[in-house]
Every structure is written in structure tokens, then in C-alpha cells.
Design a protein around this ligand. Structure first.
Ligand code: F6R
Length: 634
């Protein structure tokens, strides 16, 4: 098989950056250069802007350039891509408010030069309002630089699947997955508007230069399809292939599904490191649908891997080596098997018992991602602590709070004890006063947090954990913030470091690597890394193994797995029961990569079962379900 030419495969110019921050600095520098050039020529610069998590760091960098390097926006006009229909500009989730908070209020842009589609146009006015928006862009001289994010449906702006390349600014209906992705911002999917006004794909394609930004593994599939697939209405971002000057600026996690990253041996000669060899052979086995031990030389040769054979010898040797490596990832002893030979086990035998610390960005991540493993750790008598890094209170709906209030009132009234009633009544009044979209008061957030704590306890009990083993950290960054706008602080790191030093874990389970940098798991992971750096000189850290779980809604790919913990049918059922204890999360949990028709509860079981099927197909033993971990070394 001859190598694939990347320039034919990637139909959009793509720059991969180690981190989102570096990409944002580069794009901001290009924007600044354009503004300065136009200023010299006494011309206005017209920017097309996006909202959402993705461009937040870009806007922070533009603000820095303004404050520290004198970049002026006095001659800049902006047009935002979209706005929710029915929200006025003061609504906390309106895109007008977002832009004011994230950029406009911090630079010298003239407010009359900022444009966001009018979400309050009546049905009678909306067509005309959209046409006027198009006309205003034309009157301003067209867009010089358009900034885009990408939705997991492949949308740009709110051009959902089905949007054609000629589409213009218009009223659209939001896709179910897009609404689920916005559920947490709106404190419940039921509050997310059903419609939005968006520039069309055609409007976007008219911009002279387009930068699409994407961060995190959750965007990896749709990014790859947009760049490598055919232009199609199913993925509106793929129409950017027809643009003359469009660049995708993405981080490594978002690039991870591009052919040149995922299967580099198909694209050209590669260095056959042990990691790459493992990845390629596991891929080969899945591609030709043969267990590892049945792969033959022709399979290697026909799939771009003949140089591996030339370098490393016979298929038989490669197969058997990888079979053993994969076999050795499997263990029913996630805390290590005491008094056993551990030379081929993922976790060491000693010390026993271990102090195992499980860090969860939000309640439910524990049972959802490692419920079976936790059950085993507890049964095998390790000292387990589960620390919930944030309260997760933003993910509780008002309706669930009302149910709790009624319960408190009823119990307290029955006992003729009025104290709890006083609190419940106060929260009830605050709920009534804030209305559907208002900010939660401190008391409402507390009560929501308590609800999540009670669910976490009831789930942990099923996993065999004592409730004293649970630690609710309520990290300050979350308590003070809103989704997409969190900023961690010194106190978060201090609190994390204190917990680590108190427990001095022998093993630590955590998540957040490769997630969107503004997401709760990614922020929690960064806090953990900073805290670990502070514990650098402590003795315990030298002997602490860190195991990463992938996070709700996705699993490690087979070649990334260092520990695979099989679950028996009973353990698996118990885990599912544990997930069901998180009653308030039924409609609130983040939807998950590409799975549109499954709620996240079902998805946990789908993923664990799928891993078991994959292991079976590779020629390992057949299990009911498997949870997976990757070793992380600092
Ligand atoms: C926002 C917009 C959307 C977002 C996309 C990604 O103005 O037009 O297309 O860019 O939904 O959202 P985030 O960045 O929050 O992942």
C-alpha cells in the first residue's frame, strides 16, 4: 500500500499547537497586525466574532494586547455570528452580554461599532432584521477576519447540520445535541432556547480570512471530518474547504483524530517507537478484524506497516509481544495484589493496604467512570478517599430544589421545629424572586450542593464506601463562577495541596487531561498539577502512582490503556445502580461525543461494554465490562 498524501487528505490548512493558549497568542497577533495595518492605511478593521468557551482565551489575549501593548480597537467594527432567539442583551446567557463581559467592556471599542444579531426581533420583523444584518456587514466593507468555534454537530455559528453553503443570516432551530451542550449554562436543558439567529454559512464564507479554533478531545472527530471528509451539509464546517484563506488553529487533543496524527504510518515513514508500534498493531487487529495472534505478514504489508516488519522481524514475534502487553493491562486488583508477583501487573503489590485518593471534578464522575474499580478497592480493603473537587451545584435544576424544600418543610413542620422551615422558606422566596434565568443566590447554590452530596453518599454506599470516605472540597473557583467563565485561584491550589498532604496517597485517580481547557475537569486537573508541583519535595509523592480516567462520556483508546479493570455482571449492575442514585443528573449531565440518542446514564454502560468487546476481539478473555486507566507521570 502506498502512503496517503496529506495535502490531498487535509483540505483545510491546519496548524496544530501544543496548547490552546499558544494558538490564541498566535491568532491574536495576526488580528493585531491586521488592525495596525488598517490603522496605518486609515481603514477600519471588521472582525467577525464568536462566543462560547473556545474564543475566551483569544479575547483575554486581545485585552492584554490592548492594555500592555497599546493595541487600539477604536477603528474596529465587530459582527457577532449569532444570538439566542428570545433573549435580551442583559440575559446572563445572551451572546451580547457574553461579548460585553469577555471583550467589549475591556477594550476601546465604540459600542455603536459592535453588532450582535437582535434576539428580540418579533417573528414578523425577524426576516427583515436578518437582511439588515447582512446589509450592515456589506456596508462596513465585509469581514476582514472571521473567528469561529465548532460545535460537536459540526456547526459553525448556529448553522446546524442541513445548512447549505449559500445560507445567509436567518432564524434557525437548534439541534438537540447543541441544546444539551448548553444545558449547564442555562441551568437545565429545558431552559435552553430552541431557536437562534445566525449568520449563514454563505455569510461566513464571504469573510476574507477565517480562523477556526478548537480545543479538547471532544472536538477531535468533528474537526477531522471537517478537514478530511467531503464538503457536506451534514457537517457545515466542512464547507470551509471551499474558502480560499481559512486556517484551523487547534490544540493537540482536537487534532488527535486527523489521519496524520492517528495513523501516521499510513501517511509516510515513521519512527517505530514502542508506543507507536503498540498503537499500530492494535489498530491493525481492529481494522482487519482478527485477534492479535492471528495477524499475518500480509496484513502488516497491506496496511502501511511493512517497514515495521523489516525493522522488527516477524509478525509472529510482534503479535505475541503485543498480546502479552495487552494481557498485562488486565487486573482485578486495581490497588495491586498483596503478596503476589507484581512484575507483570499494572499496580505494585506493596504497600498494602494503599491509601487511594480518587479525585472527581463533580459528584457522579466517580461512579460513572470508575464505579467498578472503586467497589474493588473498597472490597480489597484499601483506604479509599473520594474527593469531589467541586460541589457541582450548578447542575441541579430549580425543580429539584423545590422538591428538597418541600421535604425539609414537611419534616420540620411535623417535628414542630421551625428552624429548617425558616431556611427552606428563605430559599423558596429566593427561587421565586430570581425567576427562570436569574443567578442563584448563595443559599440556593448551597442547597443544590447538598442535594448533590446526598446523591453522592447514596451512590458511594452502594459501592461499599463509608460516607466518611467522601470529601466535599467545594473548590472556590466553581462556587464563584458560571460554566465557561470559571477562573481558578490561589486558594484552589492551596486547598488541593492541603488535601494531598493530609492523605499522602499511594495511588491517585484523576481526570481532565485533554479536555477543553475551560471545562471543569480541565480546570480541576490544572489545579491538581499546580498542587502536585508544590508537593514536589514531599516523600509521599515519590511513591505515588497517578492513574487517569478519561472522564464522563469517553474512554481511553486501546493503545492508551495501562490498566483495564474487568467488572463481573454483578459489579456492573451495581455500578449502574450507583449511577442511578444521581437522580438530579438525569437530564443535566453533559452529552457525550457523537452519541445523540443515548442519555449519559446509558452511555456509561455502553462504553464499559464496548471496551470489553474490543478486548475480546483482540483475543483477550471475554468480560462483561471493563473500566480503563492510563498511567500519568509528572
Ligand atoms: C458561538 C458559535 C458556536 C460555537 C460552538 C462551539 O458564537 O457560533 O458555533 O462556536 O458551539 O462552542 P464552544 O466554544 O463553547 O465549544
Amino acid at each position: 500500500m502506498s502512503p496517503i498524501d496529506v495535502s490531498n487528505l487535509e483540505k483545510i490548512s491546519t496548524e496544530i499547537f501544543a496548547e490552546a493558549d499558544t494558538a490564541c497568542v498566535a491568532v491574536a497577533a495576526n488580528i493585531a497586525e491586521c488592525i495596525r495595518l488598517n490603522d496605518t492605511n486609515k481603514q477600519t478593521t471588521v472582525l467577525g466574532l464568536a462566543t462560547g468557551s473556545t474564543p475566551v482565551r483569544l479575547y483575554r489575549e486581545l485585552i492584554r494586547l490592548h492594555r500592555e501593548e497599546g493595541l487600539s480597537f477604536a477603528n474596529v467594527t465587530t459582527f457577532n455570528l449569532d444570538e439566542y432567539y428570545g433573549l435580551n442583551g442583559d440575559h446572563p446567557e445572551s451572546y451580547r452580554r457574553f461579548m460585553q463581559d469577555q471583550l467589549f467592556d475591556h477594550v476601546d471599542l465604540k459600542s455603536e461599532n459592535t453588532h450582535v444579531p437582535n434576539g428580540l426581533a418579533t417573528r414578523d420583523e425577524v426576516i427583515q432584521s436578518c437582511q439588515a444584518y447582512e446589509q450592515a456587514i456589506i456596508d462596513a466593507g465585509g469581514i476582514d477576519i472571521q473567528i469561529l468555534g465548532i460545535g460537536r454537530t459540526g456547526h459553525i455559528g448556529f448553522n446546524e447540520p442541513g445548512s447549505g453553503p449559500e445560507s445567509r443570516t436567518r432564524l434557525v432551530t437548534l439541534d438537540g445535541l447543541t441544546r444539551r451542550d448548553a444545558a449547564r449554562d442555562f441551568l437545565g436543558e429545558e431552559n435552553v432556547p430552541r431557536h437562534a439567529i445566525t449568520m449563514g454559512v454563505g455569510t461566513i464564507l464571504d469573510a476574507r480570512k477565517v480562523y477556526l479554533l478548537a480545543w479538547g478531545e471532544a472536538k477531535a472527530s468533528v474537526v477531522a471530518e471537517s478537514i478530511e471528509g467531503e464538503p457536506t451539509e451534514t457537517i457545515p464546517a466542512s464547507f470551509l474547504q471551499t474558502h480560499r484563506d481559512c486556517v484551523f488553529c487547534i490544540d493537540e487533543a482536537a487534532a488527535s483524530r486527523l489521519t496524520r496524527i492517528r495513523y501516521p504510518w499510513l501517511v509516510g515513514p515513521v519512527e517505530w517507537t514502542p508506543e507507536r508500534t503498540r498503537k499500530a498493531i492494535l489498530w491493525l487487529s481492529q481494522k482487519v478484524q482478527k485477534p492479535l495472534l492471528k495477524l499475518i505478514e500480509e496484513d502488516y504489508a497491506e496496511n502501511g506497516m511493512s517497514d515495521l516488519l523489516t525493522e522488527k522481524g516477524f509478525a509472529y514475534d510482534l503479535n505475541i509481544e503485543l498480546f502479552n502487553t495487552t494481557q498485562h493491562t488486565i487486573t482485578g486488583w486495581p490497588g495491586g495484589k498483596p503478596r503476589a508477583d507484581d512484575s507483570n501487573r499494572p499496580e505494585r503489590a506493596d504497600p498494602f493496604p494503599k491509601r487511594s485518593l480518587v479525585l472527581c471534578p463533580e459528584p457522579m464522575d466517580d461512579v460513572y467512570c470508575l464505579g467498578g474499580t472503586l467497589h474493588r478497592l473498597a472490597n480489597q480493603e484499601h483506604e479509599v478517599t473520594v474527593a469531589y473537587q467541586t460541589s457541582g451545584n450548578l447542575a441541579v435544576s430549580d425543580n429539584d430544589v423545590r422538591r428538597a424544600i418541600e421535604l425539609i418543610m414537611e419534616v420540620e413542620q411535623d417535628r414542630e421545629d421551625r428552624e429548617g422551615v425558616g431556611f427552606a422558606r428563605k430559599v423558596e422566596q429566593q427561587l421565586n424572586a430570581k425567576g427562570q434565568f436569574g443567578e442563584d443566590t448563595v443559599e440556593i447554590r448551597h442547597l443544590k450542593g447538598f442535594i448533590r452530596r446526598s446523591e453522592a453518599r447514596s451512590s458511594a454506599r452502594l459501592l461499599g464506601l463509608k460516607t466518611e470516605a467522601l470529601c466535599f472540597m467545594d473548590l472556590p473557583f466553581y462556587e464563584k463562577g458560571r460554566y465557561r467563565r470559571f477562573k481558578s485561584e490561589e486558594s484552589d491550589i492551596e486547598q488541593m495541596a492541603e488535601l494531598l498532604n493530609n492523605i499522602q496517597p499511594h495511588q491517585l485517580f484523576a481526570t481532565g487531561l485533554g479536555h477543553d481547557p475551560l471545562s471543569v475537569p480541565a480546570i480541576c486537573f490544572q489545579i491538581l498539577l499546580n498542587a502536585l508541583a508544590r508537593c514536589e519535595d514531599k516523600k509521599w509523592i515519590k511513591d505515588c502512582h497517578i492513574w487517569l480516567y478519561r472522564g464522563p462520556g469517553s474512554e481511553w483508546e486501546t493503545h492508551e490503556i495501562d490498566m483495564a479493570v474487568p467488572l463481573s455482571p454483578d459489579e456492573f449492575e451495581n455500578k449502574i445502580r450507583g449511577i442511578y442514585q444521581h437522580q438530579t443528573q438525569r437530564s443535566q449531565s453533559p452529552s457525550v461525543s457523537g452519541k445523540r440518542d443515548r442519555n449519559s446514564w446509558n452511555l456509561a454502560s455502553d462504553l464499559n461494554r464496548a471496551t470489553a468487546v474490543t478486548y475480546d476481539a483482540l483475543g483477550m478473555a471475554e468480560y462483561e465490562a471493563i473500566e480503563t486507566f492510563k498511567r500519568f507521570k509528572i
